[in-house]
Design a protein around this ligand. Sequence first.
Ligand SMILES: Nc1ncnc2c1ncn2[C@@H]1O[C@H](COP(=O)(O)OP(=O)(O)OP(=O)(O)O)[C@@H](O)[C@H]1O
Ligand SMILES: [Zn+2]
Length: 380
Amino acid sequence: MENFVVSARKYRPADFKSVVGQQHITTTLQNAIKNNHLAQAFLFCGPRGVGKTTCARILAKTINCENVTNNEACGKCDSCVSFQNNASFNIYELDAASNNSVDDIRNLVDQVRYAPQKGQYKVYIIDEVHMLSTAAFNAFLKTLEEPPKYAIFILATTEKHKIIPTILSRCQIFDFNRIQIKHIAEHLREIAEKEKVDYEDEALRLIATKADGALRDALSIFDLIVTYSAGKKVTYKETIENLNILDYDYYFKVVDALLAEDLSATLLIFDEILKKGFDGHNFIVGLSEHFRDLLVVKDEATVELLQVSESAKERYILQTQKSSVSFLLSALNMANQCDIHYKASKNQRLHVELALMKMAKLPQAFRLATLSNAEAKKKA
Ligand SMILES: Nc1ncnc2c1ncn2[C@@H]1O[C@H](COP(=O)(O)OP(=O)(O)OP(=O)(O)O)[C@@H](O)[C@H]1O
Ligand SMILES: [Zn+2]
């Protein structure tokens, strides 16, 4: 049987153009390579799993490639092949999270003295560099100040504020972005297609949202759900079950009940949600987001801010057409207040219920969207 390789490893980008959502960085690095204007020390900052190590590796591979074309490594020369097989001597990775002692850094510094036997550059990646001890930092500083011309240092960190000024001032700094939901979803779609895994768009969206900007997390969740669905289909239903997320259907139902001024239906839906084991606070946060989404789809200019699939968008549009902006704003405000004071409340269930009651009792005239003249005429 073929070994299962986790997607995050299997689909690690091999060149700059395959890196998702960090174009400001890949373009700058490629220009520096083209113009022979490469810094010797870089600091890659940003959240976990957004491509820092990946970009460092691609940079190392590209600057050692024998036939760079269009500022990308060829992927075929001896050097590229050894990089791809993790067998190159021109890259050295130190994970400072687990190797943060002076000795670990001395080992690295010792290595730096030897010029590469093949290729032009040796690249030293120090991951989670903020974890180095002060003594280790100091042992490293001298090397960073006067590196041999073949050495390039790439320091990576999720906590830029912990990096001391002496290091900051010696590095070219790159800030990596959290990756947008739509770009993550797009990437998952490509992988699903390569893996011949069937999927629902809505499921991939949800995974992308849950990953909170980190592509690596998105890939791990994706693997988990593929395994769970036993190779059949990655569906919305299975994804919410697996991630323990409340089906967004509930938010639509609650808002419909609120619009109908149906207090008992509203409270019963909330009760059902609690019985399913969901947390009241998560619900109120989700409901706030739902109101926000209904507000952004109200206006052509902001409809782009809705991060859902095309098929789901229709539903938001239908619901927003029924509600007035004032209602959505007031309800959002109430939900938000409920969220803010939730932790301090002694009776959290009642706290949410009270907010729902207030929403259901907003004045009727104010609640429903008034029909435009044209619509009113059609109705008449
Ligand atoms: N921008 C991206 N484009 C494409 N794939 C990505 C990207 N970011 C992360 N990945 C995927 O996630 C995996 C891990 O990414 P990587 O190790 O580069 O993240 P990182 O930012 O260095 O995270 P950490 O700070 O935890 O080391 C990659 O192998 C790749 O599959
Ligand atoms: Zn090459």
